[in-house]
Structures are given as structure tokens and as C-alpha cells.
Design a protein around this ligand. Sequence first.
Ligand SMILES: NC(=O)c1ccc[n+]([C@@H]2O[C@H](COP(=O)([O-])OP(=O)(O)OC[C@H]3O[C@@H](n4cnc5c(N)ncnc54)[C@H](O)[C@@H]3O)[C@@H](O)[C@H]2O)c1
Length: 394
Amino acid sequence: MIGALGSIAATVVAGALALGRGLIEGTGMVTEGKPFAGLDLVDVRRLRFGGCDVREGSLVKSVSEVFTTISGVGRNGLTELEPDLAALQDRLCRGTVRNCGEAIAGLVPEAALESRSLVDEVESIRRELRHFAESEGTTRVVVVNLASTEPPLERDPCHDRPEDLEAALVGNRASAVRASTLYAYAAVQEGCPYINFTPSDGALIPAIIRLAAEMGVPVMGNDGKTGETLVKSALAPMFGCRNLRVLSWEGFNILGNLDGRVLNHPDNRAAKIRTKDRVLAGILGYAPHSRVHIDYVPSLEDQKTAWDFIHFEGFMGARMSLQFIWQGYDSLLAAPLVLDLVRLADLAGRRGESGLMPHLASFFKAPLGVSEHRLHEQHQMLLDYVERAKASSA
Ligand SMILES: NC(=O)c1ccc[n+]([C@@H]2O[C@H](COP(=O)([O-])OP(=O)(O)OC[C@H]3O[C@@H](n4cnc5c(N)ncnc54)[C@H](O)[C@@H]3O)[C@@H](O)[C@H]2O)c1
């Protein structure tokens, strides 16, 4: 996990441990649903966790910060998991903030901002991946990007072909890449299936997707679809079905936690708004007036509220509206999907798939290589894949 001390990563680990101990059920995990029975997915109890972060900290503390804000989970569960969480601490290493922008660099003490060559950065990530695999006695490692959202990366000619990206790395052209590029490149070079759960668009640039296809490594992103956009992709098709014209769709999001703090910086927020913005036009076939607002409200901590106002036109030009409020715990919505994605990426790796995994579109706000944004149709793509996978293993 890249961003291993963050809220989602902490919830992923705590959730998997709690599942393993039978403290919770798999509610919220797609792969625990009926259609997935009989699919050759790794048992969550067999997953082992490790990763990197750029902040100092402990996994126990990260989990405790999430748990104290969540009603219904309670501190008792945490006490039981604490020894296991503490034991995972030595599976964490230091990450890189190369060209991540000032909001992320601000999370790191000045002394830790040492400057190494890009090639050295990549080599160090690759070494850590090999070390983790050796320590756990496994050859199968899935890499998931759960780090803070980076500012958008300006497109560069070196982003298209693997050999040009390689030349940029060797030439130490730091401005052409971000930390997420280095992690994704290193993961693919190590043959690790890779998931970009963040909106950071420096990760799965075309050169890395091509490299993954050439090297037989499955990859997918971008930006987990957990809240407002999930509801949007389920509701927007309804207007099309009834031939109602959406005039405006305004979304107002407020959230606390560290993710909210980083997204409060205009550069980082721009990356998130881009992935959220694509859904409507993709579903409706036209672009209504639509703006997504994201505001940081520290006291909300891990809670997220989205209020969407949809103005639409019906018969005889009558103007009507629909409003919804979505309230959830950011990390509890995301963590089960991360576990699903890890299991499905591992399966894809074992099945010899390579390049993008379009059947995972329903998990992402901006699914790479997929123009289908309607939730139901995306879910059907996953179910069709599951049937194919079961049939081929029978
Ligand atoms: N929670 C959701 O529902 C949801 C949905 C979609 C996407 N996301 C994205 O997932 C990511 C993680 O969310 P979160 O709530 O856990 O955020 P968080 O801020 O709690 O955690 C991010 C972690 O990444 C670390 N980090 C930052 N830059 C890094 C780097 N270059 N290398 C290694 N570690 C780095 C930070 O120190 C922090 O511990 C964010 O990008 C967020 O936008 C979240």
C-alpha cells in the first residue's frame, strides 16, 4: 500500500484483520456477494500487508484515529487488533514525495526531502517490493496507490512510450513525473498487479499502461468510486430513460480528515474535480451545467457529506428538481473496495491477464479505457467477467 499510514490503508488492514478474527462480516465488499461464490479469489485471511508512507507514524495510531470517529465499530475491536497491527509496523518503509506539490511536501519534515536521482528512487521502491515478497515468502504482490491526491501532471511527450519514459527517468527529468509515476513504474517492472485508487493522473500514464500490457501485468484506475459519484452514476441514467433533460447538476462536498486537508489545496483539488466531472457527460451524452465543490471542514474528521441539486426539464418545459444528501464514512466506504480490487487484481495476475482491467470499471470514477459510466452496466461487465473466469477454470 502506498500511503500505508493513511485512513483508507489503516481501515483496509484493520478490516481484513477483523474479518479474519470473525469480528465483522464482509458487508460492503462486492466480492463477498453471491455471484462471486466459487470464483478462485484469495481468502482475505491469507492477505499480508505492507507498504510505505512519507509521514512518520504508527499503524495503531492511524487505525485508532479512524475508529474514534466511527460509531458502531467501537474501541473494543481495536484493542483486540492492536498486537497484530503493531506487528505490521516493521513492514512499513519510507516513500518518496518526488514532485508531489507543496500540499504533500508539507506533510514531510524538511530533512526527509532528500534529493536522489529518479533511477535511484525507482530502484529503492523495487528493492522494497522484493524485500516484502521475500519476507512474506510470496511471489504475488499487488500494489495499491492509497496516497494523497497529487496535483494533475501536465502531459509530456515522454508519457506515451515506455522507452521515452525510461529515457526521461535516466535523464532525471523530475518535472515530467510525479511520485505516483515512480511507484507505478516500479510495480509494473516488478511484475506486480497495480491499482490506482487515487485521482493522481501521474500514475497510469499511457507509457506505463503499455509497459504493463507488454510485460503481462494487469493494472487499473483511476479514483475509487465510493460516494457522490457512485450515486451519480446510478441516478443519472434514470433521466435518460425517461427522456428528461438535466439542466444543471451541482454537487457540494464537505469532508474532514487528512484527505480533505490535502484536497483543500487548489492544485490537488483540481485532480479530484477532473475525475468526478467526467461521469455526467459520459452518461447523458451532453454536458449540463455542472460544478463539483469540495470543502474542508476539519471537525467532520472521517465523515463525508455530499449534497447534490439536480435541476431538470420535463413535459411542456416544466422545470423540476431532485436533491439528495449522501452521508458516509470516507474510509469505511473505500476500504472494502480496496480489498475487492486486491483480490480481483491478484486473480487477473494468476489468469495471465495484462494491461487494463476494464471489468473493474464500476470501482472507479474515471475508469481507464472504458467509456461506460452507468453503474448498472459497469457492474454487469464485472458479473460477465466472473462467469467467464468461472467457466475457464471449470
Ligand atoms: N475515501 C474515499 O472514499 C476515497 C475515494 C476515492 C479516492 N480516494 C483517494 O484515496 C487516497 C487516500 O485517501 P485517505 O482518506 O486514506 O487519505 P489520507 O490523507 O488519510 O492518507 C494518505 C496517506 O498517503 C501518504 N502519502 C502522501 N504522499 C505520499 C507518497 N508520495 N508516498 C507515500 N505515501 C504518501 C500520507 O502521508 C497519508 O498517510 C486519496 O488520494 C483520496 O483522494 C479516497
